[in-house]
Design a protein around this ligand. Sequence first.
Ligand code: PLP
Length: 441
Amino acid sequence: MLYHSLENYKNLVSFENAVLKGLSPDGGLYVPERIPKLEHQFIHNISNYDIDTIAMNIIKPYIGKSIPEDFIHNIICDTLNFPFPLQKIHDNIHVLELFHGPTLAFKDVGARFMAGCLSYFSKRIGQNVTVLVATSGDTGGAVAQGFHKKPGIEVIILYPYNGISSLQEQQITSLGDNIFSVAINGNFDNCQKMVKKAFLDKKIQKKYLLTSANSINIARWIPQMFYYFLAYRKIKMMGNTKELIFSVPSGNFGNICAGMMAEKMGVPIKLFIASTNINDTIPRFLKYEKYHPLPVKKTISNAMDISDPSNFSRIWNFLYKKNIFQLKQKLFSYQFTDKNTLDTINIVWKKYKYMLDPHGSIGYLGLRKYLQEVKDSSSRIAIFLETAHPIKFIDEIPSSLRGEIIAPDILKKFLSRKVKKQKISLSNDFNVFRDWLLERR
Ligand SMILES: *Cc1c(COP(=O)(O)O)cnc(C)c1O
């Protein structure tokens, strides 16, 4: 399989190249040249296969000869070694929990998979790779954990000083070894700008083979398809043959975009609901057919505080070829306020004893809203994705409920770690960061 940028369909590159580059030099996101369709028999009998076999079948065509098969298999086993439980909450509404990985959020899967691929490429080309990433919280933790001790790779994470939760900071700064963290005296935008500048700097490029690890990288994006296949497998195992509906709490739209690709590969999904907070560019786009991002607003579901979602261009230009009619049949989108989010956390706990995090709460709300609108709900299996463990966002959860949240064992392990010496603080002046980068080794 080859990849091209959304800006230029003729210039084809290998999986390896697309992963090492992250973003195409022309500024476009990489997409596969075609979407492989899986055999109907395979999808039909999916509950007979184990998880690793399914993941191999999905991912193999996308990697082609860039990585040998036994290596891909190892990467998959490392990536998917925690559970993805599907539970019924009430009626036909189910939750798919994606937070059982080491940093308690769904980004663990993409980060671990990408780390495995990069480590293989670094060895093959005989060069160390430096991953440079700016984070507003969740990405940094997942990347730090996923890339920790991977041979041939070092990771430099920029995060806003005092701008992330103490738990998130702990996840980024306590590993050490090949993970370096830089607290920037500024906000997330400052961090992101510095990273972008570093990628364009000739002197830095000469010294480092730089790559990024945000969700525009295909190695982080594509493995997210697994969730949708695994959910379908579980539904089949429960003896169900009904069509699925997914509601995905969406920020940069990488996760939902992977789901929409899984549907094109053959998973019988009736439609998707992109559930957002008040950063509602996509709900407005589907309603008014105008793409008009507004300044980002802060919310309690802060991993989704994004107003110009990068991956939406993959859905619009690539998966749906700018066909608004077809897109509107497969994609619904609704936005919800912080008040809606908190009220729902309360109600769902009181009625069903299930604790939502703010992102999952928005996913649940999206399902409810859709089901109320269409009214033929009973024949479908409705699933929302719970993208983070509620303890990660405990400060946002109503104080009366905080005592009900049970800390998982992984968290206790993390909290007992000390901040390592690979943590420094810098001002948000790019030249200071640049000097540090050029002098540090
Ligand atoms: C990153 C993140 C999201 C948004 O996912 P996208 O793929 O960017 O749409 C939702 N919830 C949580 C907890 C996240 O960390």
